[in-house]
Structures are given as structure tokens and as C-alpha cells.
Design a protein around this ligand. Sequence first.
Ligand code: T6T
Length: 315
Amino acid sequence: AVLAVAASTVAGCGNADDSGGSGGSGKKKITLIQGVANEPFYTSMYCGAKDEAATLDVDLEVTAAAKWDVAQQTTVANAVTAKRPDAVLIAPVDKEAMAGPVRLLAGSGSKVIFVDTELSDTSLGLSRVASDNRLGGHLGAKSLARLVGDKGKVLVLAPARGIATTDDRVAGFKAELAAHPGVALISEQYPGDDAAKAQAVVSATLAAHPDLAGIFAANLVTGEGAASALKSAGRTGAVKLVEFDASPAQVEALKAGAIQALISQEPLDIGRQGVRQAVNALDGKPVQARISTQLVEVTKDNLNDPKVAQYLYRS
Ligand code: T6T
């Protein structure tokens, strides 16, 4: 059940086995371990990785746990280690707790590249391809401050502490607030990567602080919960909502006015560049230790700009 993935994970860009999948081709084998299955950010990353794998003529497999969970991702990682692919792209769900399984992967000979999230012990990966998430937090705070007229109470939501990406987003958000003294961060909540739990937390915060002015949700799952809570409290649009990511559902919510701004990443590019770095490592070519992909603020106003379209995710 944990390895519930392949086919459903890749709905946006065909079947997992299209690019050669398993066995016998003599091509280099790369496996992508997503942070979680069936989630548009990682589906888009897979689409990019798959394009690049086809270009570079390598086999790509994809796998992930059904939930954002250390024990489940450990099971997935150990299963990949047992198959000994030439290289692994992994988005570790916790920057400390996944060090053991990643060490086993690297120790069994697979070249390891971090995509999106990473470990505190960066030495275990040859490269890390990700957004500049701290900058993303700054962008989120600037956007929310503008939307609330630079004053009032705000709430920050992220799945859990210990996730490299969302920790950096929250840190960037808080650092930027120093430049907005009228905006007060009243609470920082970590409900898990779970929309229903995020909804409950936001509903409770709205009840305790009826004058809440804004919310920054540091990823799409917590954002989904925040939007639902605002809807059921009848506060949509009155409480400004800024979210990370740009799934099709988030873009629809932006159009409908349920979300005021998205900080979108470039998951397709993360996937492409991750595969490129893995192949460089396997070919003995130079590998770039760190690659920062683009971020952009998406609002109703620039949504139809063709330059923004490349940042929107697939599902
Ligand atoms: O925001 C992305 C990803 O960058 C983060 O590491 C975890 O959450 C997402 O996958 C969105 O749900």
C-alpha cells in the first residue's frame, strides 16, 4: 500500500514506464522518489524529469509514499536501495530523519541528487536542485503585507518543522516582516501535510482572532485547508490568503477570488535539471552543487501573461 504510486502519480504526463521503465535496456537507470504521491508539484517535477530522461536516453522510474511521512518514505527509499539504480533523485520529507535511509542509498552506490527538499547533512547528495525557498518566503510576506495594507494580524501555516523547503519559507517570511512593523505574526502552525488538519487549525485561529487580516500557507496542501476554513467561516476575500505553489486547483481558486496570490515554483525545471545533474555525475562530468530554480508571484493580474504560464503546475 505504501508503494501506491507509479501510474496514478504520473497522470499529467503519461505512464511511468513510457521512458523505458524497468529492466534490460542497458540504459542508465534513474529513480525519482517524490515527497508524496499524487500531488501536482511532484507530478510536474516528474513530467520535467521524464522529458529530460527521454532527451538523454536514460531510464526513469518514479515512486513515492501515499502520505508525507518519514516511516513511509523510509520504506520506499529502502525498496529503491535494494534495486540499486545508477542514480536517485529524492525529495526527503524530513531534513534529519531521512539521513539514515539516504545514507544507505548512497552507500549502496547510487548517485544521490536532492530535488526540492534536502537534508541538513548536504554531503549525502551530489547536487541540490530547488527553488530559493527563503526568497519565496520573502515574496510571500511582501505579497501578504501589500494585500493587508501593511497592517494587521497574520498567521503562517506549514506542514511540519524539519522540512527543508517550508522551514526556509517560514524563515524568509518572518525575516521580511521585520520590514513591515504594522503586520503582526500572531501564530505559526504546523498541522502536518494534511488539508483537513490545516482547515481545523485555521478555523480555530479565526474563532480566536476574528480580526485576522491574512494567512501565508507555505505549501499547497496547507493552503487548501486554509481556503476551506475561510470559506466555511464566510471570510473568503476578507482575510487575505497567499499560498505557495500553483496547482490547477489553486489557479482556479485564484481566479475565483478564494486566494489572492500564489508564489509559484518551477517543478518541471527542477525535474529536468535533476536528471541532467544525475547524468553528469554518471558520465563523470562536473556536477553543480546547488541550482536555484525560478519563483514568481502569480495574481489575477498576471495569470494570463505567457511568461507566467510556464510556472503553472500539471496534475
Ligand atoms: O511546496 C511543494 C514542495 O516544494 C514542498 O517541499 C512540499 O510541498 C509541496 O510539494 C506542495 O504540496
